[in-house]
Structure formats: C-alpha cells, structure tokens
Design a protein around this ligand. Structure first.
Ligand SMILES: [Zn+2]
Length: 248
C-alpha cells in the first residue's frame, strides 16, 4: 500500500463520516450527483461494512443522516426508514475490491453516451489519466435479461457490476450512469469529477473530427499517480464552494 493509502487507512470512522458528508455536498455542488446517486466510504472498524446516508438528496446530507451498512448492504442497526435502492453497488464493490475505500454511483450525464454508442471512454486529458485504459461498460441485460429494471437492487446485480469493473477505477452502466472507486474520499471526488470532465472533452473533441489523440500508456501510467495524490488542493476549494452555497 502506498504511503498515501496508509495515511488514509489510519483515519478513524468519525473522520471518514465527516468527509462523507463533505463528499456528498461537493459532488452535488459539482453536478455529479443530483437528487439521485450516492457515495459511501468503507468502515475502518468493520472493513466489510460501509457508511452511507439514508435516502436523502446528497446536497442535504448531514452527519445525522449517515448510517452503517453490513456486508450485504443492509442496515447494521435496523431502523424503519428509506434507504438508497442501489446501495448494493457499494457493498459488492467493497467485497470484490479490498483496495477500494470509497465508492460513488452517479448518473452524471456526459459519460452516458459512451455506454450506448460503441465509442470507448478513454483518458483524453492528463487529469483523467487515472482512467488508464478504456473504461469498461456494464450491460445489465447480461446479468438480468432483457426484462430488467435498469437498477442494481440486490447483491447479485451489485456483484455483476463489480465483475464488469474488474480492477478498473470506473465502470459505465449502459443507459444509466457510472460507478467510480478510489482509495479514499478525496481521491474519489477528484476521480468522479474528472471522469465527467474527460467525457465532456471527448464529446467536444469528437465534434471537431475523429481519430482523437488520447493519452498513451506511458502518459497515463506516469500521470495517474501524480494526479491521484494531488487531491487536497481541489478538495479544499470544492468543499468551500459547496459549503458556501449550502449555508442557510
Ligand atoms: Zn443509478
């Protein structure tokens, strides 16, 4: 594990829960999450468990809304309240990927065309180098057949999304959205925002012509670690902007 990862792993669950509130607010303010979508962080104390808000719009999430979920994505302490219907994406990512500490599932718009048009999403700008190669696409019909709900509403479907992602940092979900994973919440927010920006840049570039000049394997490898570690600076300003905008 990298030094950065060790520092992150040393965080307490209390620190993670506060950062999770911030991540909700930032991702909503940056238009990655709207009334839908959700973000989570793995528990340090119970590493198969994770923290996530109850069913609430991410821009409104407070510390009081954060709940602990078990390895089957069910509430650790039972309560009678609404939960995110697609929370199974998160539990199955944590089960399949020991390297993953944070997960976001969003319906951010610019990435969706790459799940339906047969044009792969690849890193075009240096800040999206973490995408490395082609972002895999999850086809729910392969897991649930043609007569499906498009939603990931149980552990089996969550596991199928995790299998489609394999060891990648992101997976597109055809006609639906995407899921991004990271080693900590700051890196996760960075990755989710730049996945969307990179998708926008590819769409803009395709208007100018085909045969786009993407980052090559050396450029992605050399830049990915740099970008993944440079997350404190944007986090600070994204957090300030989100908090200012949501102040009463
Ligand atoms: Zn969804």
């Amino acid at each position: 594990m990298s030094q950065y990862g060790m520092e992150t792993f040393a965080q307490s669950d209390d620190v993670r829960k506060q950062q999770l509130v911030d991540a909700n607010r930032i991702l909503a303010h940056q238009n990655i999450l709207d009334g839908f979508g959700h973000v989570s962080v793995r528990s340090v104390q119970n590493p198969l468990h994770f923290f996530q808000a109850r069913s609430r719009a991410p821009a409104l999430v407070d510390l009081d809304d954060i709940r602990e979920f078990d390895e089957n994505s069910e509430l650790f302490e039972s309560r009678d309240e609404a939960l995110y219907g697609e929370r199974f994406i998160h539990g199955e990512m944590y089960r399949a990927r020991p390297d993953v500490q944070a997960v976001v599932h969003s319906h951010s718009f610019a990435a969706i065309p790459f799940g339906v048009a047969g044009i792969p999403l690849r890193p075009l700008c240096h800040q999206a180098a973490f995408l490395r190669g082609q972002v895999p696409v999850f086809e729910i019909r392969d897991a649930a057949g043609a007569d499906n709900s498009m939603l990931i509403t149980n552990c089996n479907l969550g596991a199928a999304v995790a299998a489609a992602m394999a060891s990648a940092p992101a997976v597109l979900m055809r006609g639906h959205g995407n899921t991004v994973v990271a080693a900590n919440l700051k890196q996760l927010v960075y990755r989710a925002i730049y996945t969307e920006i990179n998708a926008r840049l590819v769409l803009e570039s395709l208007r100018l012509g085909t045969g786009l000049n993407y980052l090559n394997e050396y450029e992605t490898a050399n830049m990915a670690d740099i970008a993944d570690r440079a997350v404190d600076r944007p986090w600070e300003i994204w957090r300030r902007a989100a908090m200012t905008s949501s102040a009463p």
